[in-house]
Design a protein around this ligand. Structure first.
Ligand code: ADP
Length: 452
C-alpha cells in the first residue's frame, strides 16, 4: 500500500513539473517574441534615419550580425540586400510587412523562410521618399529556448522531484504506519482515537461485520450441536426397539420360547416394528420441514375437513383408550400444505388421546376469526403438562415422563413436527395446561398464508 501511495504522489509530482515546464516555456516564448520584435522595429527606425541621411552609402561597410537588411522601392523592387544579390531578387510588393509599411508607415510579420529554413521576424518602415527599409532576424524557437534555459530549469525540476520523492516516501510511511498499528480486535476503540476520523466509517463497518460473523458463528455452532444431539438421540431411539426385536427373535429362533409365548413375543416384535416405523416417518417429516418447505404443494383447503380426516384415522385408537373424540366448529377455509395441516391435527389429537385416562374427552374445534385468520384448538381432559415443562415440550425428543411416553408409543417428535409445520404456515401456537385437569393447544393461522 505504501508503495502505491508513493507511486501516486511521485506521478502527480512529475506531471506537475512537466506541466510547469510547458507553461514556463510558452510564457517565455511569447515574451521573447515581443522583446525581439520591438528590438527589430527600433533597429529599423535607426537604420531608416541612416539611409535618409546617407542614401545607399549608409550600407557601405555595414556590419550586422544575425540580421538581414533589405531596401525596397515603393514598387517592390529590391534596391539592396546585405545577404543576396538585389538584382536577382523577386518583387517584394506582396510581402505582408512591406504592404503594411507602404500603407501605414510600419509593418511587421513572422513567417517561415524557405531561403533560410527557419522562422523569421520581419520589421519594415517607410522612408520619406516612399521606399521601404526592412530588417529581419531569425526567431528564437522553443527548442533554442529549451537549449538556452534547459540546464537551470532542469536543475530546478530535478531538485523539486528529488524533494517530492523524499516527501512522498515519508508521507506514504506516515499514512500506512498507523493503519498497521490498528487494533482490529476492537475497531471501535481505534475509531475513537484521534487521527482516525477519516477511516472511522470503515472501522465501524468492520466492527459491524465482525459482530455479524460472530453471531453467524454462534448460530452455526448451535445448529451443529443440535444436529449432533439429534443424531445421537435418533440412534439411541432406533437401537432400543431393535434390541427388543432381535432379543425376541433370538428366543423364537433358539426354540427356547414356550408355544404359549410365541403370540405375545410376535406381538411385541410387531409393536416395536410399528414404533420404529413411526419414528422413521416422523424423522422424514421433520427433515422435510427443516428444508424450509421447498417443493411443497400449497393448495386451498378446509381445516375442518382435514380435522375430520385425522379424527377418523384416530377413532380406533380413541375407542381403545376409552376416550371420546369429537370435531366441532364450522368450515375453516385456508391455503396451506394439506399433508402438514393433517400432521398438526393428527399429532395433537394422538397426544390428547395418549395422555388421557379412560373416560376422557378430546375436542377438536375449528373456525375462522374476524379478518380471515383460521383457528384450530385441540382440548383434552388428560394428565396436563406442568408449567416448567410447557416451554420445552416442543423440543425434539423432550418428554415430561419418558417411560410413560414410551409406554404409550410416543416418539418424542410429535410436538416438534407440530411446531415446524405451524411455522411453515406462519401460524402461532398457544398452550394452556394444568396438571390433572387437561391441556388445550391452540394454533392460529394468519389470513394470508406465507407460502402463497
Ligand atoms: P411423544 O411422542 O412423547 O408424545 P411429543 O413431542 O408429541 O412426544 O410430546 C412431548 C411430550 O409432551 C410428551 O412426551 C408428553 O410428556 C407431553 N405432552 C404432549 N402432549 C400432551 C398432552 N396432550 N397432555 C399431556 N402431556 C402431553
Amino acid at each position: 500500500m505504501s508503495r502505491r501511495i508513493f507511486n501516486a504522489i511521485s506521478a502527480v509530482t512529475l506531471a506537475v513539473c512537466l506541466a510547469s515546464l510547458a507553461i514556463i516555456m510558452s510564457v517565455l516564448y511569447t515574451h521573447l517574441y515581443d522583446v525581439q520584435m520591438n528590438h527589430l522595429l527600433l533597429e529599423t527606425q535607426l537604420a531608416v534615419r541612416g539611409v535618409e541621411l546617407n542614401g545607399i552609402a549608409y550600407f557601405d561597410g555595414l556590419d550586422v550580425n544575425d540580421c538581414r537588411v533589405t531596401w525596397i522601392t515603393a514598387d517592390g523592387v529590391v534596391l539592396y540586400d546585405n545577404e543576396a544579390d538585389a538584382a536577382a531578387m523577386e518583387n517584394h510588393l506582396e510581402r505582408e510587412e512591406i504592404r503594411q509599411a507602404l500603407a501605414g508607415g510600419v509593418g511587421e510579420s513572422v513567417r517561415y523562410s524557405d531561403t533560410l529554413a527557419e522562422r523569421q521576424l520581419y520589421a519594415a518602415r517607410r522612408l520619406g521618399d516612399g521606399s521601404v527599409l526592412r530588417l529581419s532576424a531569425p526567431q528564437a524557437t522553443v527548442l533554442r529556448l529549451l537549449l538556452s534555459f534547459g540546464p537551470p530549469v532542469l536543475a530546478v525540476i530535478a531538485a523539486a522531484l528529488a524533494l517530492s520523492l523524499w516527501m512522498a516516501s515519508r508521507l506514504s510511511r506516515r499514512i500506512v504506519g498507523p493503519i498497521n498499528d490498528l487494533n482490529l480486535d476492537d475497531p471501535l476503540r481505534s475509531a475513537a482515537e484521534p487521527g482516525f476520523a477519516e477511516i472511522a466509517p470503515l472501522l465501524h463497518r468492520l466492527h459491524h461485520q465482525q459482530t455479524q460473523l460472530r453471531r453467524d458463528q454462534e448460530e452455526l455452532e448451535k445448529t451443529s450441536r443440535i444436529r449432533q444431539e439429534f443424531t445421537a438421540n435418533v440412534s439411541h431411539e432406533l437401537k432400543t426397539p431393535l434390541h427388543v426385536i432381535s432379543g425376541y427373535a433370538e428366543l423364537l429362533e433358539s426354540g427356547m420360547a414356550r408355544p404359549e409365548d410365541t403370540v405375545p413375543f410376535a406381538a411385541r416384535i410387531r409393536a416395536e416394528s410399528a414404533r420404529m416405523t413411526k419414528l422413521v416417518e416422523d424423522i422424514i417429516d421433520l427433515t422435510k420441514l427443516d428444508s424450509g418447505g421447498i417443493g411443497m404443494q400449497w393448495e386451498d383447503t378446509d381445516l375442518r375437513r382435514v380435522a375430520e380426516n385425522a379424527a377418523e384415522s384416530l377413532s380406533e385408537e380413541a375407542d381403545a383408550a376409552g376416550v371420546t373424540l369429537t370435531v366441532e366448529g364450522g368450515a375453516a377455509p385456508m391455503r396451506g400444505v394439506t399433508q402438514y395441516l393433517y400432521s398438526i391435527v393428527y399429532n395433537l389429537c394422538d397426544n390428547a388421546i395418549k395422555y388421557s385416562a379412560p373416560g376422557g374427552v378430546v375436542t377438536v374445534r375449528t373456525g375462522t376469526l374476524p379478518g380471515g385468520a383460521v383457528r384450530l384448538a385441540v382440548a383434552d381432559t388428560g394428565i396436563g403438562i406442568p408449567p416448567e415443562h410447557q416451554d420445552r415440550v416442543f423440543e425434539r425428543f423432550y418428554r415430561v415422563d419418558k417411560s410413560r411416553s414410551k409406554a404409550v408409543g410416543g416418539t418424542g417428535l410429535g410436538l416438534s413436527i407440530v411446531k415446524h409445520a405451524a411455522r411453515l404456515h406462519g401460524a402461532s401456537i398457544d398452550l394452556e395446561s394444568e396438571p390433572g385437569r387437561g391441556s388445550t393447544f391452540t394454533i392460529t393461522f394468519p389470513g394470508h398464508a406465507p407460502g402463497v
